[in-house]
Design a protein around this ligand. Sequence first.
Ligand code: SF4
Length: 303
Amino acid sequence: MTDKGPFDHWQRAVEARTIPTPTPSGREGLSPVFQFSQNSLQDYVDCQRRFQLRYVLDQRWPAAESEPIEEHEHFVEQGSQFHLLIQRHLLGLDAEKLTPADDLLREWWENYLASDPLKGLPNTFRQPEVQLSTPMLDQRLLARFDVLAIDPGERAVIVDWKTTRYRPDRRTLAARLQSRIYPFVLAEAGAFLFGGSLAPEQISLIYWFANEPGRPEVFAYDQAQHEHTRTYLEGLIAEILGFDQETWPLTDDHDLCSYCVYRSLCDRGTEAGTIRETAADPGEFEPGGAVDFSLDDLDEISF
Ligand code: SF4
């Protein structure tokens, strides 16, 4: 079940990227020390214009992300509530008292309790909603873990809850920036929790799916991936800081536009796609819509 994921994807990604010299004009729209995250960097990789609109121009959303909007809002809220349920459970609240009334949420909750996804994971330190950050260039790179489980000096496991309607395949998951940024940040910034320096080989990442509790995806990490990720992320951030075009390039992938809140601004249509037509997880796909869901919205325990 455990492997390193499609390393080739990242190899090609690094080779394809040149590192420009950051220019003052490229930095102007962002705060002096911008907190890059998997969401903002994934936005940039998916569509540079989306990153510009959302983070550089702070553009509010002119269109609903997806239709039907009420269904989407409800689904997003369920995902948010599920994370909060587990957070409260791990903080010691009684599982029975947490049982939700909502049908889908209760199904996820029962899957969680029955499958016990944290069984066998390190238990010396187990904490929900842990935030860590590390410097990168002269900016910050931030990661927020749904659960961090550590046996100091031995191993550290990041667990991420997924409430996606459509389960991404392993290759797609491995190619998401989250799969690299989470272990990278933990390796760089987690030593104080680990009781000493933390080797990449001591880190793994688990995606657990509320709809498929018996089929988590597990990704190992190692030194080669770590150095590769550093090179890739530094190149990506330098490229962003160096951008000085008035209008950043729009994605060629028009499918992304059908459920992007900026589509009317980009002349990529005004009709939203329906959730059922997309494979995107509204919890992950965060173009900044009014129904946007981000774990950044949740209460957290940060370090
Ligand atoms: S509508 Fe398409 S091109 Fe415009 S920001 Fe969104 S994804 Fe990018």
